[in-house]
Design a protein around this ligand. Sequence first.
Ligand SMILES: Cc1cc2nc3c(=O)[nH]c(=O)nc-3n(C[C@H](O)[C@H](O)[C@H](O)COP(=O)(O)OP(=O)(O)OC[C@H]3O[C@@H](n4cnc5c(N)ncnc54)[C@H](O)[C@@H]3O)c2cc1C
Length: 223
Amino acid sequence: MSALAKHAAQGIALRLETHVSALSLEGSSWCATLKTGGMIRARAVVMTVPVPQALAILSAGSYVMDPKLRSGLEGVEYERCLAVMAILGAPSWVAPPGGLLIDEGPIAWIADNQQKGLSTVPSATIHANPGYSLQHWEDERRSAGVPWLEAAIPWIGTGVKDYQVQGWRYSKPIRTWVETCVMVHASPTLILAGDAFGGPRVEGAALSGWSAAEALLALPGCA
Ligand SMILES: Cc1cc2nc3c(=O)[nH]c(=O)nc-3n(C[C@H](O)[C@H](O)[C@H](O)COP(=O)(O)OP(=O)(O)OC[C@H]3O[C@@H](n4cnc5c(N)ncnc54)[C@H](O)[C@@H]3O)c2cc1C
């Protein structure tokens, strides 16, 4: 999925792997404090991190948001997701095109990564359902994956060669925002966007980003 963003980013000056720990309003600029030290000033910011993280970054920068807006944004909720990524000894039995919604036991769905074109060797990603992910969030990750692998045997077989377990704290917004982005501050500009605004899929994130760009370009002097 990152291929979409990589394609759209061609020719743009990007700074990757840069953790922002605080965002503060300083005169006519936003000031992003970086975890590694240093600051970046900007006339406009579009922030697409999950909403609770955006609110924490703004609090760390002592930004005082309109209380009604803040309490609305605090209502955006996310599901957690634990997922097993397994290398298989033989192709899975998941039928083409390689995706299967199960939603029974601990498993929500299975993706065959070889059929999906992401892996040259047989491999599968097995997503736990939100309830199981929440219940086992603090468990030691590798052992937490064993019940899924066992429950997935009818689709992936017993020939798992290796596996790893990953967790996403903010995997899917379940209570989303009513608009496709939100202008928190007009000048200097701060817009929040992402799948919590456009809908919980890559399409939703893309539509929200598009909407944020339109809002930015509509501001005086930005077109
Ligand atoms: C396991 C999994 C599988 C999925 N599969 C699908 C699928 O098959 N199809 C589909 O349509 N959708 C899928 N989704 C959903 C899809 O990934 C999201 O809807 C989409 O990525 C949301 O995009 P976004 O830009 O809003 O946020 P994100 O993609 O979450 O981007 C937010 C970015 O902010 C960065 N960030 C966070 N905090 C900071 C900070 N302090 N400083 C700097 N950067 C920071 C993060 O590193 C991240 O790169 C899946 C999600 C998960 C978790």
